[in-house]
Write a protein that binds this ligand. Structure first.
Ligand code: DQA
Length: 138
């Protein structure tokens, strides 16, 4: 199975940024662990800080991959365009948030994306990406 993990803005700084919220592991390090744990899968990782590049990637993989695990970062709370891209593609998308956004500022409580996603995983740290992956394998 071909699965893409897609990270949005500021998630390139995992392990450096706001460690008390997002932990101290870099995503590259975590992704290496995930790849060895799920060696039978064809796992790919892409990160971008720009909305357009995230949409381009969704279009690129969204008609033949088996699943996408997406953490769109702050675009979750702002982007009708990413929501539309998820609706436009065929590949199921699982929305992931590292932190429990419902324990945080009000503006993080709403997601434009959830409606078009298969499901949402919130608040389990980096482990949420693995849970998202598992949910796509059934
Ligand atoms: C986040 C939550 C968002 O509100 C925030 O803007 C992020 C990360 C999370 O994984 O907890 O960048 O998506």
């Amino acid at each position: 199975k071909k699965i893409l993990i897609l990270n949005g803005p500021n998630l390139n700084l995992l392990g450096v940024r706001e460690k008390s919220i997002y932990g101290d592991q870099s995503f590259e390090q975590y992704f290496d662990e995930l790849k060895s744990k799920y060696a039978v899968l064809d796992l790919e990782y892409f990160q971008s800080n720009s909305e357009g590049a995230i949409i381009d990637k969704l279009h690129e993989v969204g008609f033949d991959y088996d699943g996408i695990v997406l953490n769109a970062g702050a675009y979750t709370h702002t982007s009708v365009a990413i929501a539309d891209a998820i609706a436009a593609i065929k590949t199921p998308v699982v929305e992931v948030h590292i932190s429990n956004v419902h324990q945080r500022e009000e503006f993080r409580h709403h997601s434009y994306l959830s409606k078009n996603c298969k499901g949402v995983i919130i608040g389990f740290g980096l482990n949420g990406y693995r849970l998202g992956l598992e949910s796509l394998l059934g």
